[in-house]
Design a protein around this ligand. Structure first.
Ligand SMILES: [Zn+2]
Length: 250
């Protein structure tokens, strides 16, 4: 590492659980972030600041005014820009040592394997169930660990799905895809802006732990944060032996 990188990452390197070795692992890591929105914003900002060597970002959307209440990666002057372009600018501004790989597409059954196969770890902050179930399936097929978070109104949830190393997949925990219209979107239900900061930062924190091997991840556990009452709770999640998605994997 060059001396300016040693200085940049000094507060990580001094941590016993990360150190120089962990910082090198971060530098070598290739992380894919799905969605450059509310969750993706803090994820990309903190992983860039942390010196994750390569960050892929998938988003086919452009920045709109109603995004800015929570999508802090983007600014007023980026309205109308593709989110991946605005993300690239922001990440480069934070840390020029990070390589960012923009994927200005919507993930589909046709392109998902191709994109996901290029990365070691996947962080899903997407805003729809089609993408969530697809990402889960492709991650299982390619044996990629998946950190998945979601939020609505005042509450967020986060877990690590990594069935090839034990524990359930997303579909084990959520076997029934909500019918269209039953799970309201952020646009319909609303979401408190700073909740995205909390949940996205938790995703970045879990990613840094996964890459460096620090602490204990959220495998077989779901963490819920209720911003309205300032409460967190965790519950255990289990493999569904009837799961049609991951059964037989691992
Ligand atoms: Zn499963």
């Amino acid at each position: 590492m060059e001396s300016d990188e040693l200085e940049r990452y000094a507060r990580h390197i001094v941590l016993r659980e990360i150190g120089g070795t962990g910082q090198q692992k971060l530098r070598k890591a290739r992380v894919l972030v799905i969605g450059a929105g509310g969750l993706g914003s803090p994820v990309l900002m903190y992983l860039a600041a942390a010196g994750v060597g390569t960050l892929g970002v998938v988003d086919d959307d452009t920045v709109s005014l109603s995004n800015l209440q929570r999508q802090v990666l983007h600014s007023t002057k980026s309205i109308g820009m593709p989110k991946v372009d605005s993300a690239t600018e922001a990440v480069t501004r934070i840390n020029p040592h990070v390589t960012i790989e923009p994927h200005p597409v919507r993930l589909t059954a046709e392109n998902a394997s191709d994109i996901i196969s290029k990365y070691d770890l996947v962080l899903d902050g997407s805003d729809n169930f089609d993408t969530r179930y697809l990402v889960n399936e492709v991650c299982i097929n390619l044996r990629k660990p998946l950190i998945s978070a979601a939020m609505s109104q005042w509450e967020g949830q986060i877990s690590l799905f990594d069935p090839s190393n034990g524990g359930p997949c997303y579909a084990c925990v959520f076997p029934n895809r909500p019918a269209d219209g039953l799970a309201p979107s952020c646009a319909e239900a609303g979401v408190m802006g700073a909740l995205a900061g909390v949940m996205g930062s938790m995703m970045a924190s879990e990613a840094i732990k996964y890459i460096t091997g620090a602490g204990e991840g959220l495998r077989s556990q779901m963490l819920i944060f209720d911003a309205l009452y300032g409460e967190t709770r965790k519950f255990k999640t289990a493999v569904n032996t009837e799961c049609s998605v991951c059964r037989g994997a691992g």
